[in-house]
Design a protein around this ligand. Structure first.
Ligand code: UDP
Ligand code: MG
Length: 330
């Protein structure tokens, strides 16, 4: 279903803000107040689309209350938790803006005030302006270090597509860049990579990332690892190449080792049965083969998932902005 089907065609806003929300009831009111203040200062016609990603707390109720009180608010309620990348996509699919879409987290780690600068960059003619963190506050050294390592490794592995370092999904996307992004329907979504894939002119806007305002981060190392797997396998075949070179290196080593064994046996005879060396070689080769199979399996699994061609998400309900005002005029 194209996004425009679900919305009255009149009164297209210039800016749409998309906010994925998973268990954010503690911060949503504060977030919306700050967002509304910023958008009022910018002065362009706007809407905000909250995507409730199967929250298990009162998030949907909070969003409904916001929609009833403010005609700028529209929302999408997904049928269950689909994860941030897909929730974001569900929101972007509903964007009505003629000008640009803004993507921001609900937890106030991305300061809504920065939207003014992003919009200024877009008005300058930039298609995609993303917020780049200057420092990460309230995050442990270990998280900062793994994040830094992750971005550097990604930058090396993903050829051609330049994924910006130290940036989240907080950004502004022009209408034409969004139109280029929406047809990318892969299930294994790595939004930062997809944004970069689209191309067009890009600019970074520096800011200081604040600690979470409330609620808890759904971050953990297992998630980060899986995130890294999506990023690498989605944008690079380097691990497959690595498997090839690993295999070549081992074969070369085995040839040299075998040659040396033959030479030694011919020259000196074979005084000791070679049990330890055989075990070492067999175990080593077995390990290399398992690793290589695992790498191939990662890609095969992704092909399997994409081949099913399921829809990305299931919507329980969509309520476009302005709907509330139309139903109960003030
Ligand atoms: N989020 C979501 N679905 C999820 C997990 C997170 O929509 O399954 C939203 C969450 O509400 C927030 C944003 O994605 O607005 C970023 O999540 P979080 O703050 O937990 O991630 P972090 O900032 O630690 O990377
Ligand atoms: Mg966060």
């Amino acid at each position: 279903m194209p996004a425009s089907d679900s919305i009255a065609a009149d009164a297209r806003p210039e800016l749409s803000v998309v906010v994925p929300c998973f268990n954010e009831s503690a911060v949503l009111d504060a977030f919306h107040a700050r967002l509304a203040a910023v958008m009022a200062r910018i002065g362009a016609p706007w809407e905000v689309i909250y995507v409730n990603d199967g929250s298990r707390d009162a998030t949907l109720g909070v969003i409904e209350a916001l929609a009833a009180a403010d005609s700028h608010v529209g929302y999408v309620n997904l049928s269950r938790n689909f994860g941030k990348e897909i929730a974001l996509t569900a929101g972007l699919d509903q964007v009505r803006a003629s000008g640009a879409a803004i993507v921001i987290d609900a937890d106030l780690q991305d300061p809504p005030e920065l939207i003014a600068e992003l919009v200024a960059a877009w008005r300058d003619g930039v298609d995609m302006a993303y917020a780049r963190r200057r420092v990460r506050q309230g995050e442990s050294f270990a998280k900062r270090a793994t994040a830094a390592a992750f971005y550097r490794v990604m930058a090396r592995l993903t050829d051609k597509v330049q994924i910006p370092v130290d940036s989240g999904d907080f950004r502004i996307i022009s209408r034409r860049a969004l139109d280029a992004l929406l047809p990318l329907r892969e299930h294994h979504r790595f939004m930062k990579g997809l944004f970069a894939w689209v191309g067009f002119s890009t600019r970074e806007v520096l800011y200081d990332r604040a600690p979470r305002a409330g609620g808890t981060s759904s971050f953990n190392y297992w998630k980060l690892w899986n995130f890294a797997l999506e990023g690498v396998t989605g944008f690079s075949v380097a691990p497959l190449k690595l498997a090839t070179y690993l295999g070549l290196a081992v074969a070369l080593f085995a040839m040299l080792f075998g040659g040396q064994l033959i030479a030694r046996t011919l020259l000196y005879g074979n005084p000791v049965p070679g049990y330890p060396s055989i075990m070492a070689v067999v175990l080593f080769l077995g390990g290399v083969q398992l690793i290589t199979l695992g790498v191939i399996g990662e890609y095969l699994g992704r092909i399997f998932n994409e081949a099913k061609r399921r829809p990305l998400y299931v919507v329980e309900r969509v309520s476009p902005a302005g709907g509330a005002a139309a139903m109960n005029p003030p």
